[in-house]
Design a protein around this ligand. Structure first.
Ligand code: SF4
Length: 310
């Protein structure tokens, strides 16, 4: 299993810290579907030199737009050696025809349903060229193979994802394109999420969910369950979810100390054009003050160069 990096990740002229933040949770999630006696080598070029001298039966490569050039070269290399190569991820979902040239099978959208289906097909000798995800659920997914992650190489080894997607539809976001063809927002069972948190050592957690507060019932129960776990965590949420009800208070009590917030722009016209309806007519200063009163740091996201910027 390989996560290639863009050239900057290896260059001394760029900040290496930026590229060694999070382990490849997506690949470790897929690894959980492989048999317990399969020999798995999970390599992440962001933090280690790739070893491409092996000859595995199956090669799984995650492709982003920034690593696509390298991902395709690695895919071609292994196909020449006779390995079965599969490609998936955001870039493959965006440009399947381009990716298909370099793969035996490609995967569009999330892989929780399609990857185990592919493994069955591969076993029976009839794998498809293309797998498109339509069934979306995180119920009963196997435990993520965190044992494959070289924790010491990452700044934030305790990253975790307990939902997929987001309930909103901002038109500059990856989300609707990646989740096309099925549900675009769904969550783990609360008990499964709490059990996954429990498995992580130390105190600090980093939720990589697009919008941890996106499902009020799920988030309330999650935060309730986290009370007393003595964790502190970072997450992401929208301006409206910070202002609405008392979910943000519950999050703070559960240990939320830092929040990524998509403010994007102060221009209502830009928000309208970006379909960021959830930010329209929301008082940003109120949201900021509410977070600061709760002792939560803000990691604000802004977009420059939108059509209404002068
Ligand atoms: S709120 Fe954030 S994650 Fe959700 S669609 Fe908008 S930009 Fe994407």
């Amino acid at each position: 299993m390989i996560l290639p990096a863009l050239a900057e990740a290896e260059s001394p002229f760029w900040r290496p810290i930026k590229y060694s933040l999070f382990p490849p949770l997506g690949l470790a999630t897929l690894a959980a579907y492989l048999a317990s006696d399969d020999v798995i080598d999970l390599q992440d070029q962001h933090v280690e030199e790739l070893n491409l001298n092996d000859s595995p039966d199956l090669v799984i490569i995650q492709v982003y737009i920034t690593n696509a050039y390298r991902a395709y070269a690695i895919a071609d290399h292994y196909r020449k050696k006779g390995s079965y190569v599969i490609l998936g991820g955001l870039h493959v979902t965006s440009l399947p025809e381009e990716a298909a040239v370099h793969a035996d099978s490609i995967f569009l959208g999330p892989g929780e349903e399609t990857f185990p289906r592919f493994l069955k097909d591969l076993k029976s000798g009839k794998p498809l060229k293309r797998y498109s995800s339509s069934v979306r659920t995180l119920d009963k997914i196997p435990l993520i193979r965190r044992d494959l992650i070289k924790r010491n190489l990452y700044l934030v080894p305790n990253s975790i994802v307990v939902t997929r997607g987001c309930p909103h539809h901002c038109n500059f976001c990856y989300k609707d394109a990646f989740f096309e063809g099925g549900k675009t927002f769904y969550t783990q069972l609360v008990d499964d999420a709490l059990a996954e948190i429990d498995r992580l050592p130390g105190r600090h957690l980093y939720f990589l969910d697009d919008h941890l507060l996106g499902n009020v019932k799920f988030a309330s129960e999650l935060f309730e369950g986290m009370k007393g776990m003595n964790r502190v965590f970072q997450s992401a949420a929208t301006v409206d979810s910070i202002l609405r009800g008392d979910l943000i208070d519950k999050a703070a009590k559960a240990g939320l100390r830092s929040l990524f917030v998509g403010f994007e722009t102060f221009s209502p016209e830009n928000l309208r054009q970006g379909n960021k309806k959830q930010n329209l007519q929301r008082d940003y200063s109120l949201a900021v003050n509410r977070l600061h009163d709760l002792g939560i740091m803000i990691n604000g996201s802004f977009v420059f160069g939108l059509d209404d910027d002068d």
